[in-house]
Each structure stands twice: as C-alpha cells, then as structure tokens.
Design a protein. Structure first.
Length: 526
C-alpha cells in the first residue's frame, strides 16, 4: 500500500525498483539519533506535543499525485500543506497547491511525479513565498522518492524528512524483511529463500523444507498483488515461470489466512503502533487486478485481543531491528493471521507512508492524542521528547478497537479509453430518504463523517482527464463496514450502492485506444 498514484495518462504508479542497490548498512549499531539543538528540554507529554505542533513555524509539505495519504493532517499541524499534481477541489482547498501549467507528460512512476513537482517553477515560487526567513529549511514528506529526489531537495535547501532512499530500497525487499524478522523472533509463514529454475527443482526444495506442494511464491520487489504467485502443479509453474525462474524468491507454505495491515512509527524512544485494519483485495467492482489492494477497514473484530497483543509485540520488535539498520520514522506491516492455527505471521514490510494512513489519522486514538504521522515528524523536527510510548500504545490499542472506519479505491474496471467530460465531485455524500446517494456539500476531508450513511469522495481524475482500465477514479471513505464476514468477504450492499452511484457520475468521449498510452505493467497504484 502506498500513495494514490493514478497510473497511465499523465502519471503512473510508482513501485519499488526491480533490483536493490548495493548499500553498506549497520546491523548492530545502536539507534540513537543526535538530540536536536533547538529546544532546551524535551517535550514531556502529549499536551506539550500538541502545543509544539499548533505553534509550528516551519513549513511542512506533503508532495504527491494527490493529498490522499495525509489529508486532514493540517487540522493538527500548523503550516502543514499539500503540493499535488491533481486537485480534486479545483482550487477550493486552502492548503492544497497545484501548478496551473501542467503540459502533457507520461510519468513512469510516483517518483517521477514528485521530482517533477519539486522542480516545477510554480511550486518552487510557492515554497519560497512561504519561508518565514531565508534560513528556514522547508520540510518535505512524500510516499515515493529516490536518489534524484534527495539531490533536488539538497540543491533547493529543503529537508526531505524520510529515511535514505538506498536504505528504504534495501529494506523494501521481501527477502530482506524475512531475514530481519527471523533475527528478532518475528516469523514469516513457513518458507525457504531460494532460487529455482524448474518445477522439479521447486517441488524438491519445498518438500525437503516440509512446505508441501501447495505453495505461494513472492519475488523480492513489487506490488504483492502482481508479484505473488500461487503454485500447486507443474501447469501453474509453466504459467508463471518467466516471472520466477532464476530469481531469488520466497517460497511459502500456503495457509488459510487473513491479511491485516498496521502502521507504526519508529522513534528514538521506541515504536508507536497504530490500529489494525483488514484489507479490501481483488473485488471486481473496484479493481481489474486479481488480488489487487483496493481499500481498508478498521473495526473491533479485525484481530482478537490475544492475537492483537502478539502482533503488536512483533511490530515493536521489528521496529527495533529496523532501527539497528539506521531506519527511523513511518512504516507499514502486513500481518498474516492463520485462521486454522490461530497464529500470526509477518507478511511484508512497506518502509513508507501507506494507503492505510488515511484511516490511521482519524481514529479515536489519534483524536485522544495526536495522529501517528505526528510522531514521525518529531523525529525530523528540531525537538526531542521523553514521554512514555508504552502508555500511548496501550491506550491506542484500546481506543482504536472501538472505532469503525473504511475506505475503498474505485478504479475503472472496463476495457475502455475515454476523455472525461463529467466526474463525481469531491465532497460529502449521504443516502437520502429514498436510498439514493446524493452530494450534500463541499468538504475538505472525511473527518466530519458521523455514520455509515455518510461518505466522503476524493476525486482523482476529473473533466479533461482520461480514464481507462485500471485508472484511479477516486477514493471513498465512510464510518462503516464495506465488507461482510472475515473469511472470504464480499462487498456489502451499501458498498456496492456507493460504488455504482459514484461511477454513474462519470462520462466521457470514447477514443481509439492507441491515442492514449496504456498504464505501465507491474506498477503500484498506491
């Protein structure tokens, strides 16, 4: 999960690179960043943390294709703004800046979008106008970035408040994550890390490891929905061998599981663990990609008390291990719940802000204290803090377990190419007395939703843009469940009604397919 990165025309999804650079990383060094020099004493409690951010004078920017991931953060943090390629409010959001002049460009990744924005003359002028003095270094956060992003920020005098790109790329490997987890007692589903060239070799290696022949294979990098392969026969192998043969891969025993997402922040004082969420994956009404992520749900029964406690402990231990590598700040972990053995396993690590952040930052725990991302900012601001994170973790787990939020990403699922002339408006919707979904009012974000009959829709593509199979039309957030059950959940009647009503507001003029380049394959939509 990552940022809303519309794929194809004008932009595309940005995922991890197919290979990791060689980097020298410490494995035993203590994680102890230098104490900031700008404040005489540490922040002593959450109240002082709130005061610090409400009086913040340093400009902080979230840069990306859309503001989805951290939308609403400006409610807590003074001088927090968004610089985006797409503007779903058409200039009406006071904290969102989008360049007026955007020539036609074919972006190949989220990193390319962000680098283009940082170098854009309008964006640079906007940032310069808002510096309180020439010595102030604006803080820049984003989901996807690379070494070029780091170079641009260094040249312009911006602080990129994220771990180094080389470190993040190293940790992004599913194989590296598995090894680090094993070192600190955070186990993955029974597996072997190996390289195989044929079905016989795969079956032999899996048999010797006691994995059986019903297998799940993952390559090191990429969106798990497109780089995870289910192999139980030679026919399955032949279908996917071009994506697997000769590569270093993770071969796992196939289990009956539920995927649970959780975000966390590694700080100098320990790891703060956010709420647990289930995932929406592969729903054909939402995405054309089999197994593709298309949203999240947070509700009390996502994970039971005992398993929740065990999973939270795993996240904290993994955070400590990441700290030994030099990592700090935001990360997301997919936890696999074995529904037969009542066990929890490490799924994969996303060393970045993720698509689940939108819900994480409106939970009861966030309103009781501060949003999770605020703890990330503390690591990169001129301030130290010394309050008890253990007490915060306990309170958050209790409070978040009583809250309900859901979001779903609505993609174009039909094989068409159209130039849009109408689209759903960004704002608050609700179901009227006849059961119809109607637009109620303009809104800046989803924080004011009260019940499951209300929803907030963030438009991504609007009139003048193109849509095609796989294009991200927008994001819908609501205070209610969107799926039924927990085993193999289906979309609720209300969720299907939301989807159909939003889709009905889009219309366009069909184009000959070659007029618009197809979305890059293997790209990551969020």
């Amino acid at each position: 999960m990552g940022q809303v990165i519309p794929a194809g025309v004008g932009s595309s999804a940005g995922g991890a690179a197919p290979g990791a650079p060689e980097v020298t990383l410490g494995t035993d060094a203590a994680y102890a960043p230098a104490r900031p020099a700008g404040r005489s004493r540490p922040l002593r409690n959450v109240s002082e943390m709130r005061h610090f951010f409400r009086t913040n004078d340093t400009p902080i920017y979230f840069v990306g294709a859309t503001p989805f991931n951290l939308l609403g953060m400006d409610r807590w943090i003074r001088n927090f703004s968004y610089i985006t390629y797409y503007d779903g409010w058409d200039g009406a959001h006071p904290r969102v800046f989008t360049p007026r002049h955007k020539p036609y460009l074919e972006f190949g990744s989220g990193e390319e979008i962000n680098n283009w924005l940082l170098e854009n003359a309008e964006v640079r002028a906007y940032i310069e106008r808002r510096r309180p003095d020439p010595a102030t270094r604006p803080k820049i956060a984003m989901v996807f970035f690379d070494e070029e992003t780091e170079r641009i920020c260094a040249e312009l005098g911006y602080d990129l408040i994220l771990p180094a790109a080389a470190l993040r790329q190293h940790l992004d490997s599913k194989l590296v994550t598995t090894r680090l987890g094993n070192e600190v007692g955070v186990p993955s589903v029974p597996n072997i890390l190996t390289s195989v060239r044929g079905w016989a070799e795969l079956a032999s290696a899996a048999g010797q490891a006691g994995l059986g022949t019903d297998l799940v294979i993952q390559t090191p990098y990429g969106d798990s929905g497109k780089t995870t392969f289910f192999i139980s026969s030679e026919a399955d192998w032949k279908r996917h061998q071009k994506d697997i043969a000769g590569q270093d891969v993770k071969v796992m025993k196939r289990i009956n599981n539920r995927s649970v997402a959780v975000e966390a922040v590694l700080t100098r004082n320990g790891t703060v663990v956010g709420p647990f969420m289930s995932e929406l994956t592969g729903h054909t009404r939402l995405t054309p990609y089999r197994g593709g992520w298309c949203g999240n749900e947070m509700y009390p029964e996502v994970i039971s008390g005992a398993l929740r406690s065990r999973a939270a402990g795993m996240i904290r231990r993994l955070g400590d291990r990441l700290g030994a590598e030099g990592y700090r700040g935001f990360f997301e972990v997919d936890v696999l719940v074995d529904t037969d053995a009542d066990e929890v396993y490490l799924g994969e690590l996303n060393p970045r802000i993720s698509g689940a952040s939108a819900i994480t930052n409106v939970t009861a725990g966030a309103y009781a204290d501060m949003p999770l991302f605020a703890f990330h900012l503390l690591e990169f601001m001129d301030v130290d803090f010394g309050f008890d994170l253990g007490e915060i973790n306990e309170r958050w787990q209790e409070l978040s377990g009583e809250d309900v939020w859901s979001q779903m990403i609505i993609k174009e699922t039909r094989p068409l190419v159209e130039h849009l002339d109408a689209a759903a408006l960004t704002g608050q919707y609700s179901l009227d007395g006849h059961g119809a979904l109607v637009f109620r009012r303009a809104a800046l974000d989803w924080h004011q939703l009260q019940n499951e009959a209300e929803a907030f829709f963030l438009r991504i593509y609007g009139p003048g843009d193109y849509r095609w199979k796989g294009a991200d039309l927008g994001v819908l957030v609501t205070k209610g469940r969107l799926q039924t059950g927990a085993g193999k959940p289906a979309l609720t009647i209300r969720a299907r009604q939301f989807i159909d009503a939003i889709r009905a507001q889009y219309s366009g003029v069909p184009l000959v397919p070659p007029a618009v380049p197809p979305a890059p394959t293997g790209s990551k939509p969020f």
